[in-house]
Write a protein that binds this ligand. Structure first.
Ligand SMILES: [Zn+2]
Length: 467
């Protein structure tokens, strides 16, 4: 279904510019831009015209951190690739990079094949994969080279979750050395999981079983310590490093110091750390379980450092770490023992709106909004300029965004397959109106017009911030 569309009269916002321009989309790509109300713009013609007067026209969001159908803690993340990518589209995100998982004792290839099988034919928007490396050995290291060549160019390791995803320092160093050679990017879950497990055991022995203790045992210092260690291991290996879901002031400081030293070190944070806090984890009647994720939510005071990091570019990306578990039947697995609460929050649908609200709240500029949510994640993970911007030749992944519409975030109206919202009742200004994925309208005037299988697997080049 190759159609052409002109979007007229909107304010086109990219990471670098804000321009009143008309956009011609043809055969799935951006064909031309022309300043609105000029002869050049009037010369743009297409089968269909969409009026975006008074609206923003922005690149589709790139969410570089999602976990659809992730097996965790004896259950599975409640969004499938079908439901999760549909919700992403509703929220103005047109590309996700999800995590394929290597299980201990199995190869990378086997894990990647399994994730391809889950996603293929089911996605509403385009998708790509990172690879979780849980078992570093000679075979795994060789497989990393092959994966980089075929477009899986980033590898996640865990300093947390001993016995599940955990890698020790030697395994991490080996994978980093390999990525230094093959161009891959190591993504790190930086928390000292060995120390945390001791504190978990001690807390439970004291009868501290409520969700809020999840936040207390996973100490900011243990995030900072792991972040520091990951940075120095990467430095020794001569490899770049991307630290996922940074939540603590002290961890931001480690990243800032490393960047000041000139090291190729990058950091991501997530909306939950910017908008939620340990106050949520302390909600009574086990409601705090809704906010259990790792790294954990921090006391409110940490938010200022995260916003500052986003402004100063010590943090470069906001992803969701979307990993939803229903309160009923899933989060409830941890009643009486916080360590059994599945870790993760829903959010893939809310990221663009929450960050737009941050623009209105004065935390970031409009262009920085697009930079941290679209352009930089695309560049970081080798998808730019196909994804992440509006420019001739780019995929026509375009969102018409109403900056004045008001909405109240709620599980009653969201499209994620989960029975609660982490932002229930929060009022935000700004809302997605229409979403194009490669020129095809997948959301049209707040109606879903996409379908499972429209989204295609998108191989990636290596990180575009290196060399
Ligand atoms: Zn994650």
């Amino acid at each position: 279904m190759s159609t052409s569309t002109v979007i007229r009269g909107g304010l086109v916002i990219t990471a670098s510019d804000e321009t009143h321009a008309d956009i011609l989309m043809e055969d799935g790509r951006i064909a031309a831009l022309a300043a609105s109300h000029t002869p050049a713009a009037e010369a743009l013609s297409a089968e269909r015209t969409v009026d975006a007067t008074g609206k923003y026209v922005i690149p589709g969001g790139v969410d570089a951190h999602t976990h659809m159908e992730l097996p965790f803690g004896g259950t599975f993340a409640s969004d499938t690739f079908e439901t999760g990518t549909r919700a992403a589209a509703w929220g103005g995100t047109t590309t996700i990079v999800d995590f394929a998982v290597q299980s201990v004792g199995h190869g990378l290839r086997e894990g990647l094949d399994a994730w391809h099988a889950k996603a293929e034919g089911n996605c509403a928007i385009d998708y790509a994969f990172h690879m979780i490396v849980s078992d570093v050995n000679e075979d795994t290291l060789k497989e990393m080279d092959l994966l980089v060549e075929e477009g899986v160019t980033s590898f996640k390791q865990f300093m947390a979750y001993p016995g599940v995803f955990y890698s020790d320092d030697g395994q991490i160093l080996r994978a980093m050395q390999r990525s230094a050679d093959n161009g891959g990017l190591i993504m790190m879950h930086a928390e000292n999981g060995i120390a945390i497990d001791v504190l978990v055991e001690q807390a439970l022995a004291r009868g501290e079983t409520d969700p809020r203790f999840h936040g207390e045992v996973r100490k900011a210092l243990l995030e900072a310590e792991a972040t520091h260690r990951a940075i120095r291991l990467a430095q020794v290996a001569g490899a770049p490093l991307y630290v996922v879901h940074v939540s603590a002031t002290e961890a931001v400081a480690e990243l800032a110091r490393a960047r000041d030293e000139g090291l190729p070190v990058f950091g991501e944070t997530c909306p939950q750390y910017l908008f939620l806090s340990t106050d949520n984890l302390a909600e009574p009647d086990f409601e705090g379980a809704k906010y259990v994720c790792s790294t954990p939510l921090r006391p409110k005071e940490h938010q200022a450092a995260l916003w500052r990091g986003l402004r100063t570019n010590d943090l470069q990306v906001v992803s969701t770490d979307h990993c939803p578990f229903c309160f009923s039947g899933q989060k409830e697995l941890g009643r009486g023992d916080f360590s059994k609460i599945p870790n993760g929050l829903p959010g893939v649908e809310n990221r663009m709106d929450l960050l737009h609200q941050a623009v209105l709240d004065g935390h970031i500029s409009r262009r920085r909004w697009i930079e941290i949510a679209c352009a930089t994640p695309a560049r970081m993970f080798g998808l730019y300029p196909k994804k992440g911007t509006i420019a001739p030749g780019a995929d026509a992944d375009v969102v018409i965004y109403d900056p004045a519409a008001e909405q109240v975030i709620s599980a009653d109206t969201h499209h994620m397959n989960v029975d609660y919202s982490a932002y229930e009742g929060k009022r935000v200004t700004g809302r997605v109106e229409t979403v194009f994925s490669r020129g095809v309208p997948v959301v049209t005037d707040r109606e879903y017009t996409g379908h499972a299988g429209h989204g295609v697997y998108t191989p990636r080049s290596t990180c575009q911030y290196l060399t």
